[in-house]
Design a binder for this molecule. Structure first.
Ligand code: G3I
Length: 327
């Protein structure tokens, strides 16, 4: 790859990043790198239920509107993340402790208000995120588990509500460790088959791909092939590759780890690039630069360098590894 080639120009699928509106507004290097290098936008938090739905009849859309308009101005697609996630039910909603019918009617109103507002502007949505445990059982804390005898049927109706609000939007189920956790992947495949057989409009599956340089590449490859066998659109939806694999505060980034990271990105991109054209959607990195990664925000936020651009927004070996995977 030449040093001037851009991933977004070489890839025959969208190259996205999760971004924060305050950094786009506040840091020019962040803004310029994003609009110069990527062609799809995911919101790191601005499009989540608790951020938008601040009270039963109160919606906060300013930051979503800003991001959607920004994407349109910069000729980028927007991937909506995410309508249903157990971590983003608002406190006021949880405290209302609605009965099952009211619960569903309120969620339906939320989905149709949000998806309808961005009809034709947000091309795809994660309708549901992380409803399964790694063994394939349903998360108990998912809010919906407690409410519904058949939570999967409820999730399917949410796909329909989104589809009614914007029939052109591609609708995804998104989760993490999908290619590694056989139980979770089996549950996702069973749900996808059930949805397709019952006319639920599901179009794609996302694996977040929050992996590390020590993740077993053969396991990734085998699990990925199984995911692709569903025939649905496939989204590598939140990729970052950890180098501080023991998560220690004393970690020092080495050239060897940078090269290993580049190799892992290359292998994953090679896998994705080889899937059938009609299943290609996007690879999205969760963040742009090592300067701002959720992995440092998290409680044990030690040193981490998981992305394609370093803390000075320079392209890392990982960027060129990603490019090499496209060849
Ligand atoms: O709410 C404030 C907002 O008022 C303020 O203006 C803004 C300024 O930066 O910060 C907001 O705070 C936090 C926000 O991140 C921005 O840092 C939220 O409180 C905090 O909850 C939010 O965390 C996000 C988290 O999801 C929960 O939404 C992380 O950035 C984001 O990286 C993380 O992303 C998740 C995916 O959605 C699902 N997969 C796992 C991934 C990592 O946990």
């Amino acid at each position: 790859p030449t040093s001037t080639e851009k991933i977004k120009d070489v890839a025959n699928f969208k190259f996205g990043a999760a971004v924060k509106s305050d950094l786009i507004k506040g840091e020019s290097a962040y803004n310029n790198t994003f609009k110069g290098e990527f062609n799809q936008l995911s919101a790191e938090y601005e499009m989540k239920m608790n951020f938008i739905w601040t009270a039963e009849n109160t919606y906060f859309f300013a930051d979503c509107d800003y991001l959607v308009n920004y994407a349109q101005q910069n000729n980028m697609d927007v991937h909506g993340h995410t309508l249903l996630w157990y971590k983003s039910f608002p406190e006021w909603f949880k405290n209302a402790n609605y009965d099952t019918v009211t619960f569903e009617n309120k969620v339906k109103t939320f989905i149709q208000t949000v998806v309808g507002r961005y009809k034709g502007k947000i091309k795809s949505w994660d309708v549901a995120n992380e409803i399964f445990n790694d063994n394939g059982s349903l998360r108990v804390e998912s809010q919906i588990q407690g409410k519904f005898k058949d939570p999967i049927a409820f999730v399917g109706r949410c796909f329909k509500y989104a589809n009614e609000a914007d029939p052109a939007a591609k609708l995804f189920y998104n989760d993490y460790s999908v290619v590694l956790a056989a139980g979770k992947r089996r549950a996702m495949k069973e749900m996808a088959v059930r949805f397709k057989e019952s006319g639920v409009p599901i179009h794609g599956l996302g694996d977040q791909f929050h992996y590390r340089i020590s993740t077993n590449q053969t396991q990734i490859s085998n699990g990925f092939a199984d995911l692709v066998s569903t025939g649905l659109l496939i989204h590598i939806s939140e990729i970052d590759i950890k180098v501080n694999t023991n998560n220690v505060s004393t970690y020092v980034l080495t050239d060897a780890d940078k090269q290993k990271q580049a190799e892992v990105y290359k292998n994953i991109v090679k896998l994705y690039n080889a899937i059938p054209a009609n299943q290609k959607f996007a690879i999205t990195t969760w963040g742009i630069t090592d300067k701002y990664t959720w992995l440092k925000e998290s409680a044990n936020g030690f040193k981490e360098y998981p992305l394609l651009f370093d803390e000075s927004y320079a392209k890392k070996p990982a960027y060129f590894g990603f490019l090499a995977g496209l060849k």
